[in-house]
Design a protein around this ligand. Structure first.
Ligand code: GUN
Ligand code: ZN
Length: 442
């Protein structure tokens, strides 16, 4: 027997394409499936009845019958330094930044604090079934080191970067166009492409960078092929008005980023609420992605994301929790709120599309679908085991669901971290719910 070979048996669901484009053919569903792993990657995935007889004798098979096996979730926008800001009452974006977020980020000048939060944050991602995230650190370069070290120890695929912010913020969080450029470049050299880690140039948003820093961010993005760029755009109406005053020559908020060379493949913009179709067309044409962050958009009273217009113009879209503006690390809870945001816009989010966005769609928006997001052969074996009957209500309601779509919908409306019984990274179990009170024991 091949010692590197192992398999997991259970109900398997993953996506080969976008259900909005390909219909039912986009979903691959094996009610009794087998996921075969070799050296941390997917070797093969299919019906257990076909694959078990061909499995070399002695290959270990983990039996997860009654459970759902799915690719790990991809969170395309989150702030690790805002872990302790979550559930802070009463403000919209700009006041919320001043009152809660900037003071919390200031504490990351202390590398001991940064390391403690980074460890908690990565464990919390895994506990919620999120195996890849695109993450804001703080302005402190050591905050990026702390996060990458925590992700590296857990063998996670993670994208992160140092915040660039040289105006309209407290002194203790301010860099300069020059120091931000130099420190980002050093972090790229230290971390980008090391193990599974990738670097993102991270101008916080147009109001907190001078034109000189915006130019330096665009230059970093251009000078380092393969590096990412992440920012925020058109989240809150007060913010949009402010940007119009700060950059009077730009056609729109998004146009500010374009003028500074910050659109393109591997650029990811959170929120994208107050855009017009000209903006959406520029994002599509440049390969830029939108991160739809429904829990944050409702919590901060920002507005309602328009998925139908993003789809109509062909923009890449992923989902983000945006913790701490967002209110949950759970992508299931995020899908629940995505559904309601779209309802408020007269739009409908089918369950298969929802789970596509949380897995392969997120991977595509990050240009990582050749590595993660599905069980296609050769993909990195990051996957989760879901208990669709994790609570009494879930068990009761899911028992009455007839189709896969109905069951997935019940899961996204009623499910949360309690449903994630195991999270596997590169073919190894990285987190599991305890038999007692749901404590993780990695
Ligand atoms: N815009 C600029 N910074 C932030 C942030 O930290 N959170 C959110 N939600 N929006 C922002
Ligand atoms: Zn954010």
């Amino acid at each position: 027997a091949d010692p590197a070979l192992r398999a997991v048996r259970g109900e398997i669901v993953h996506f080969l394409a976008d259900p909005a484009e390909r219909g039912p053919a986009a979903t691959e569903h094996f009610p009794d499936g087998l996921l075969i792993l070799r050296d941390g990657r997917v070797a093969e995935c299919g019906p257990a009845a076909d694959l078990l007889p061909r499995l070399p004798a002695g290959t270990p098979v983990e039996d997860r019958s009654g459970r759902l096996i799915m690719p790990g979730f991809v969170d395309t926008h989150i702030h690790y330094a805002q872990t302790d800001v979550i559930a802070s009452h009463g403000e919209q974006l700009l006041a919320w930044l001043e009152k809660y977020t900037f003071p919390a980020e200031g504490r990351f000048a202390d590398p001991v604090h940064a390391a403690e939060v980074a460890g908690f944050f990565c464990d919390e991602l895994l506990r919620n079934g999120t195996t890849t995230a695109m993450v804001f650190a703080t302005v402190h370069p050591a905050s990026v080191d702390a996060l990458f070290e925590a992700a590296q120890a857990r063998r996670m695929r993670l994208i992160a970067g140092k915040v660039l912010m040289d105006r309209h913020c407290p002194d203790f969080l301010r860099d300069t166009a020059e120091s931000g450029y130099r420190e980002s470049r050093a972090l790229i050299e230290r971390w980008h492409g090391r193990d599974r880690l990738l670097y993102a140039v991270t101008p916080r948003f147009a109001p907190t960078s001078t034109p000189e820093q915006m130019q330096a961010a665009g230059r970093l993005f251009a000078e380092h092929p393969g590096v990412y760029l992440q920012s925020h755009v058109a989240e809150n109406r007060g913010e949009v008005d402010w940007v119009a005053r700060l950059y009077p020559h730009a056609r729109s908020y998004l146009d500010v980023y374009e003028r500074y060379g910050q659109l393109g493949p591997r650029s990811v913009y959170a929120h994208c609420i107050w855009l017009d179709d000209a903006d959406r067309a520029r994002m599509a044409a440049t390969g830029s992605a939108m991160s739809f962050c429904p829990t944050s958009n409702l919590f901060l009273g920002s507005g309602l994301f328009d998925l139908a217009r993003a789809d109509a113009l062909g923009v890449r879209v992923g989902l983000g929790t945006d913790v701490g503006g967002g209110t949950s690390f759970s992508m299931l809870a995020t899908l629940n709120e995505a559904y309601k945001v779209l309802q408020m816009n007269g739009q409908n989010l089918p369950a298969e599309r929802a789970f596509y966005l949380a897995t392969l769609g997120g991977a595509r928006s990050l240009w990582l679908d050749d590595r993660i997001g599905s069980f296609a052969a050769g993909r990195e074996a990051d996957f989760i085991v879901i208990d669709p009957a994790a609570t009494p209500l879930l068990a009761r309601r899911v028992a009455q669901a007839e189709t896969l779509a109905e069951r997935l919908f019940v899961l996204m409306m009623l499910g949360d971290d309690r449903c994630i019984t195991e999270t596997w990274i590169m073919g190894e179990r990285a987190a599991a719910r305890g038999a007692t009170r749901g404590e993780p024991h990695p």
